[in-house]
Design a protein around this ligand. Structure first.
Ligand SMILES: [Zn+2]
Length: 174
């Protein structure tokens, strides 16, 4: 009996020692996005994702046009929006007519990615916030999350948001 218990305990200890240097670092969740459905905005989508990757470390956005969980599309009316569970899965629709009005496509892409990362809209916020969306008007070209937005996403994903209970899909606009 004592022997068996000692063996059972020994294995996790050995693993713990082997991985000790990484033990204090949070696990990184990689989310894959596909942009081939929005061919006019490939560079803007990549920049929006890069802006998130520069701001947070718990979750990473990587382009992959097969088996992506975040999928970009292009539409031509009705306003940009995303249908997402806020847990790294969603369909993002970028409206070319909204871009023609003067709204910045990189900011739109980064904003919709923000929804997929778990952030709600905050239209009354300043241009320095991504989730203020269309609120600050067409003059606002900021496509980077604010420090508070980055901190919120970082905290949401610290243990891997996808591992938590899945939320219902819902549509949210730019
Ligand atoms: Zn929105």
């Amino acid at each position: 009996m004592g022997r068996v218990a000692a063996l059972v305990i020994a294995a996790p200890l050995a693993l713990g020692l082997a991985t000790a240097p990484a033990a204090s670092a949070a696990a990184v969740t990689t989310l894959y996005y596909s942009s081939s459905g929005a061919p006019d905005y490939l560079a803007q989508i990549d920049q929006g994702a890069a802006n998130w990757n520069a701001a947070v470390t718990d979750v990473k956005l990587v382009k992959r046009n097969t088996s992506a969980t975040i999928v970009f599309h292009e539409i031509h009316s009705g306003g940009s929006y995303t249908n997402t569970n806020g847990h790294g899965r969603g369909q993002i629709y970028l409206d070319t007519s909204q871009v023609a009005e003067g709204f910045d496509p990189t900011r739109i892409a980064a904003h919709e990615l923000g929804h997929n990362l778990g952030l709600p809209d905050h239209y009354s916020g300043p241009c320095t916030e991504l989730m203020s969306g269309h609120g600050p008007g067409t003059a606002c070209k900021n496509a980077k999350p604010s420090a508070a937005e980055a901190a919120k996403v970082q905290s949401l994903w610290v243990n891997g948001l996808v591992a938590q209970a899945a939320a219902e899909n819902r549509a949210v606009a730019y």
